[in-house]
Design a protein around this ligand. Structure first.
Ligand code: SF4
Length: 273
């Protein structure tokens, strides 16, 4: 895997790509088929990409990061999941694995899952037997276990599907690594303290594969996409770096035209402008 630890390291600072005048070159050749480990990109970048391509470009290409109260709260939540709980825990028919390393050579991503639950779906058996659908054997325990990824998020469910895409990418990783099909997983949100089940439909899978292709295209192009002011900019941790109000082409053109009109009216002695 390439050295993309910046997403976790969270280095602050502006980079040259921020000022790039245009989005990533269309049609940038990206590898097709199976990726090799050296070409894997951070799985978590898919979430940023679906949220905002520019945010993803600022993180992945310019390597900038700005914490805000929301991201700090998210970091605390992940720390609780990853560090303050055992890596592996068995509670009856449930085995909980935390901080699980994942990778997918079809998506070309690698990362760490907060939690992968394994639900026991078959009693131990002495002889050879057919595996129950979607179940695997695990070391150190008997029986058949069905994997179920759970991603922890601060806040509440979002309007877009960025969290669902990240979770679906984790599921595809697990499917490739364990050779089983995963029909669903769950997202847990800190604000609502509620767990929402996510079904890995063909539509969500296609959206995830498309996002992964786009991620590699963006990275291969090496150009941070243009700024585009959106309602979500208010909650974006990179708003100070991105400066959508100052750099948005639409805003600056309209402001320029408004100033020209104001100037002309003043010159002509028109009042009330
Ligand atoms: S401030 Fe807005 S346009 Fe800029 S990166 Fe964040 S969400 Fe994207």
């Amino acid at each position: 895997m390439q050295n993309h630890k910046h997403l976790d390291r969270r280095v602050a600072g502006d980079g040259p790509g921020s000022a790039a005048p245009a989005g990533p070159a269309a049609g940038v050749p990206v590898p097709t088929g199976l990726f090799v480990e050296d070409d894997l990109l951070p799985l978590s970048a898919l979430q940023h990409l679906v949220f905002c391509e520019r945010q993803c470009g600022l993180l992945l290409i310019d390597q900038v990061w700005r914490d805000n109260p929301l991201t700090l709260e998210g970091s605390r939540l992940h720390r609780r999941v990853h560090e303050e709980a055992p890596r592996r825990e068995v509670r009856g028919d449930l085995l909980i694995a935390r901080g699980v390393q994942l990778q997918s050579l079809t998506l070309g991503v690698a990362g760490v899952a907060d939690v992968v639950e394994f639900h026991c779906v078959g009693a131990p058996s002495r002889g050879r037997e057919q595996a129950p659908s979607g179940a695997v054997r695990l070391g150190g325990v008997t029986g058949w276990w069905r994997p179920f990824p759970v991603e922890y998020k601060r806040g509440k469910p979002k309007r877009d599907s960025c969290d669902e895409v990240q979770l679906c990418a984790q599921a595809i990783c697990i499917e490739e690594m364990l050779g089983v099909a995963l029909p669903d997983g769950a997202l847990f949100y800190g604000t609502t303290q509620h767990r929402y089940e996510v079904h890995f439909t063909s539509k969500l899978r296609e959206q995830t594969r498309h996002a992964a292709r786009r991620l590699h295209e963006l990275f291969a192009g090496g150009i941070v996409p243009r700024v585009e002011r959106q309602a979500k900019c208010r909650s974006c941790s990179l708003v100070d770096v991105c400066r959508p109000d100052a750099t948005s082409p639409d805003r600056s053109v309209s402001r320029y035209l408004a100033n020209v009109v104001r100037f002309l009216h003043r010159e002509e002695g028109v009042e009330g402008v």
